[in-house]
Write a protein that binds this ligand. Structure first.
Ligand SMILES: NC(=O)c1ccc[n+]([C@@H]2O[C@H](COP(=O)([O-])OP(=O)(O)OC[C@H]3O[C@@H](n4cnc5c(N)ncnc54)[C@H](OP(=O)(O)O)[C@@H]3O)[C@@H](O)[C@H]2O)c1
Length: 260
């Protein structure tokens, strides 16, 4: 695709949505910083992006490591001022089997990666973007961040937190020249990939194409699929018990199987 962005930093680029976005944005004269923990898969994604003409750097790190992330982002930003920063790295939750509670510590683990990891990504770059008066930050929430999914409290909370931060930041940055996009993907089944495999499944490709199109257009709120997001938003206006029943029914077959 033709992109308005020539310098893009992306966390969680080694698989799934991040990998699909990296490949979608790759093109001649596009500088990419790809971040993840699995070096082999990152290398393979980088190679695919280079084949499309992009100039690619990879950094193998954990988004919970604020110091390492800051260093990686600053060094890239120094050479090629970041125009689009996508805080995508995250872990998905699983619905807890009926009648059970979430394992202790699960919510903290999800908040640590999904919310604090996002913060660690944005905070080092934001003051630089604001000083330059240009750039876009994209945070990846989820449809579960629009309407919490029963039996997924930790995951839903982490994605509400991402959404809340992104929406507030958007208002705070109005008039600075820096835009914020909050992205709400629906469930896309994770692919069975080996440590080195790089194939991007068609579902992730489709979602990445829609998201990248809206990011280039500068949209502040991106829900995919839009119809499901609209239904979930409306159920939030109904009485709680009815709303929970509808969301539980709707989520059936669309969410991963509960862990045993
Ligand atoms: N797939 C869905 O249904 C769905 C729906 C709504 C929202 N989302 C959100 O979309 C984003 C991408 O999800 P996905 O489906 O593409 O999942 P995925 O295939 O599991 O990919 C997750 C990516 O995040 C990286 N990551 C995870 N923990 C990390 C950490 N601590 N430090 C650095 N990188 C880390 C992984 O890198 P390594 O493997 O190299 O560690 C991987 O590149 C997540 O924020 C997820 O919550 C996904």
């Amino acid at each position: 695709m033709r992109t308005a962005y020539r310098s893009i930093a992306l966390t969680g680029a080694s698989s799934g949505l991040g990998r699909a976005l990296a490949i979608e944005f790759a093109g001649p004269d596009v500088n990419l910083l790809l971040i993840g923990r699995n070096s082999q898969r990152l290398l393979a994604v980088a190679e695919e992006c280079r084949l499309k003409g992009a100039l690619v750097r990879i950094r193998v790190l954990d988004v919970r490591d604020r110091t390492a992330l800051e260093e990686a982002l600053w060094s890239f930003d120094q050479d090629t001022p970041i125009e689009l920063l996508v805080a995508n790295a995250g872990v998905s939750g699983w619905p807890t089997p009926a009648g059970q509670l979430e394992p202790e510590g699960e919510t903290r683990r999800l908040m640590d990666i999904n919310y604090l990891g996002m913060l660690n990504t944005i905070e080092p770059v934001l003051p630089r973007m604001v000083r330059r008066g240009r750039g876009r930050v994209a945070v990846i929430s989820a449809l579960a961040g629009l309407r919490a999914v029963p039996r997924m409290p930790g995951y839903s909370a982490s994605k509400y937190a991402v959404r809340g931060y992104g929406v507030a930041l958007r208002g705070m940055l109005a008039g600075t020249g820096v835009g914020v996009s909050v992205v709400y993907p629906g469930f896309v089944a994770p692919q069975e990939v080996s440590d080195t495999e790089t194939e991007v499944g068609p579902a992730f490709e489709r979602v990445a194409r829609v998201i990248s199109h809206h990011l280039v257009a500068g949209r502040s709120s991106i829900a995919v699929p839009f119809f499901t997001a609209a239904i979930l938003a409306v159920t939030g206006l109904l009485p709680a018990a009815l709303s929970d029943r509808i969301v539980t029914w709707f989520a059936k077959g669309r969410l991963p199987t509960p862990r045993p």
